[in-house]
Design a protein around this ligand. Structure first.
Ligand SMILES: Nc1ncnc2c1ncn2[C@@H]1O[C@H](COP(=O)(O)OP(=O)(O)OP(=O)(O)O)[C@@H](O)[C@H]1O
Ligand SMILES: [Mg+2]
Length: 426
């Protein structure tokens, strides 16, 4: 979706851009105060809209999961004052935002680009056709189709929902004996708008298992130009589900490997026509460091507080940066963060019913720790770690260098004990 190529530079002229923000999370709304932009916020009906009203030009109600209703409301807003750009910052609002942007002729990634980022099979085929990676893959409707792919993939295959996120339904298959269990896990996963109420079976994508170390590239784009802000190192729970358990920023990478990772991400963004706003591209770097392969393109800022880690280390606020990129076409200049490194660690206690949580005050007192969040309470039932939705709390830490930050996050996470008993185990 194109916008006017002649947008203003760092200063804004007579025209104050009008940005339509689709249902942002409440905890980030404060970021939008004081930006040089006229903001209309689409609020999902129900719940409190006081905060939105305090910072926006207007607040309108629309359920963004109903495309017709959203578009009707967006057209009314556009008729009152033309909308220049449309921004969605949560996974489920991305595609609705792109549809509205295209319909209004406003800036925003196109629905075609969004489809390539959210449909992992389409992305694989698209990158392959442009010579950017040859990951064997297949959309499968039977276990037999996975078996056929597995025979030609000595390292194994990963099964995942074609449009999954949050690690829902991810399962590695290394041997034929694991096939049935993995198939049941992935095909039964609930994803997208159906989650958490629905039980829609997912379409299973099987792809060759890539070995190496995993990173993500955090970037902002304006009119198809990309500015890479940081590379993040990812920690996961490993096979079979690879649930994200932590992130370190900046990633400890020598310059040539850093370049390989960034190149893979930026080429993929160009290939899918990524034009506007934040992006979080996950990349697997092969052990020899020679080759990097894109795992996934997320058309938004990284979750798991990665946008916060970026801010601590680079001084760039990706949410404000997203607004300025879309509204004014500018990308952030060099900035300085207050930390040399920042890390997050997730707690992954034994499943069961939570009896008590201890050590929080001690963790908070540790040098470098910024915050502890999302902890479970006594009586909560924790299930075995199968995806990002059932992690149990996190610690954010920063420090003068990446190792100090990572050590602080590790030590604080280890200090907090979520004691569970068997009663609630499933
Ligand atoms: N082809 C692959 N080879 C190796 N590992 C993979 C592959 N595909 C996925 N994984 C592992 O599984 C994890 C989750 O996969 P993916 O990112 O596609 O799912 P997701 O549901 O979008 O996850 P999230 O939203 O948490 O990023 C990856 O971060 C990676 O560790
Ligand atoms: Mg992912």
């Amino acid at each position: 979706m194109g916008g006017p190529p002649d947008m203003p530079g760092q200063s804004f002229g007579a025209h104050v851009p009008h940005l339509l923000l689709i249902c942002p999370r409440h905890d980030i709304l404060g970021k939008f105060v004081g930006l040089p932009v006229a903001l209309t916020v689409v609020h999902r009906p129900g719940g409190d809209r006081e905060l939105e009203e305090s910072l926006a030009l207007a607040v309108v109600d629309a359920d963004f999961t109903d495309p017709k209703a959203l578009l009707a409301v967006a057209r009314e807003v556009h008729a009152r004052r033309p909308v220049d750009a449309v921004l969605g910052l949560t996974e489920l609002s991305l595609r609705p935002a792109s549809v509205v942007a295209e319909a209004l002729g406003a800036r925003g990634n196109s629905p075609a680009t969004l489809a390539l980022t959210q449909d992992k099979a389409a992305m694989r085929a698209h990158l392959r056709d442009r010579g950017l990676g040859t990951v064997a893959h297949r959309v499968c409707s039977t276990v037999e189709e996975v078996r056929a792919l597995l025979r030609g993939a000595p390292a194994g295959v990963i099964l995942k929902p074609v449009e999954g996120n949050g690690g829902t339904g991810v399962h590695l298959v290394r041997t034929e004996a694991e096939l049935d269990r993995a198939w049941a896990w992935t095909s039964g996963a609930r994803t997208g708008f159906a989650w958490p109420q629905g039980a829609s079976a997912s379409t299973v994508l099987a792809e060759e298992f890539l070995t190496g170390q995993e990173f993500s590239v955090e970037s902002l784009s304006a009119a198809g130009r990309h500015q890479v802000l940081a590379v993040t190192r990812k920690h996961t729970s490993g096979a079979p589900h690879f649930v994200e358990t932590g992130h370190d920023l900046p990633a400890p990478l020598p310059p040539d490997r850093h370049r390989t990772v960034v190149d893979a991400a930026v080429k993929a963004l160009d290939a899918v026509g990524y034009a506007w706003g934040p992006c979080h591209t996950e990349v697997m770097l092969a052990e020899d460091g020679e080759r990097a392969t894109v795992v996934e393109i997320n058309a938004r800022q990284g979750g798991d507080q990665i946008w916060e880690l970026v801010h601590h280390v680079t001084g760039v606020d990706m949410l404000q940066g997203a607004v300025l990129a879309l509204a004014h076409g500018v990308l952030p200049g060099p900035a300085t963060g207050h930390a040399g490194g920042a890390s997050i660690r997730y707690l992954t206690p034994r499943p069961g019913r939570v009896a008590e949580v201890t050590g929080v005050a001690e963790a908070l007192a540790m040098e470098g720790v910024i915050r502890v969040g999302e902890l479970p309470s006594a009586g909560d039932d924790l299930v075995a770690l199968g995806d990002s939705w059932n992690r149990a709390g996190h610690v954010v830490a920063a420090g003068p260098d990446p190792k100090t930050a990572a050590d602080a996050a590790d030590a604080a996470a280890a200090r907090i004990v979520v004691r569970t008993d068997e009663e609630g185990a499933r």
